[in-house]
Write a protein that binds this ligand. Structure first.
Ligand code: GLN
Length: 205
């Protein structure tokens, strides 16, 4: 088997709006190179893409105006790994509830998400979660997070909170409804990078 060196892996971070620099730091802590993605050409040579939290309606507009929407869609379809967190998972969902009428999504994760679903009382909170593949609990920071209301296809649930899935995976797509980039714990980014490396190693065989 050819081992892929982490430092040779480049993960793009969608840098149109939102918490993108925290994702870059988290990814660098797990040993990969990062690149800010603002234009279609920034995607050349990236092995994966992280879509940060922020405001999914604004990101949807900026994805269109930058020309990134179509290019990212094509790449996800041809197997590019994506990690969407909070607004990012909304952008990846097949069905969005309480979205804006003109809000677009990549439809790459067969789930239904409801935006801002925790309501005003607890629109931000922190909790410790058991995540499949991690031996110790992960402190999850939820900020005006979406709720995954249904799984509409073959979706792996890696973590749940109050019996609702909060970390899910479907092929090359990982969705996290909270903000794993906002603590010093990079283990979820580590799991994402392992998925990228497994694919690169499989493709080399
Ligand atoms: N409520 C935001 C949205 O709908 C997501 C919040 C977040 O990313 N922290 O896009």
């Amino acid at each position: 088997m050819n081992a892929v060196e982490r430092s040779k892996v480049t993960v793009g971070v969608l840098a149109l709006q939102g918490a993108f620099s925290a994702h870059e730091h988290a990814l660098r802590r797990v040993g990969v190179s990062t690149r800010q993605v603002r234009l279609p050409r920034d995607l050349n040579g990236v092995d994966g893409l992280a879509m940060p939290g922020g405001e999914s309606t604004t990101m949807s507009q900026l994805l269109e105006s930058s020309g990134l929407f179509g290019e990212i869609s094509r790449r996800i379809e041809s197997g590019m790994h994506v990690l969407g967190t909070c607004a990012g998972v909304i952008l990846l969902a097949r069905t969005i509830l309480d979205g804006r009428a003109d809000q677009k999504s990549f439809g790459a994760l067969p789930i239904t998400v409801r935006r801002n679903a925790y309501g005003r009382q607890i629109d931000s909170f922190e909790t410790n979660l058991d995540v499949a593949g991690l031996s110790e609990p992960f402190t999850a920071v939820f900020i005006r997070a979406p709720i995954i209301e249904s799984l509409d296809g073959d979706v792996e649930v890696l973590a749940s909170h109050d019996s609702q899935p909060v970390v899910v995976a479907h092929g090359n797509v990982v969705g996290v409804t909270f903000h794993p980039e906002l603590t010093d714990d990079s283990r979820l980014h580590g799991l994402f990078v392992n998925r990228i490396i497994n694919s690169l190693e499989t493709n080399r065989r």
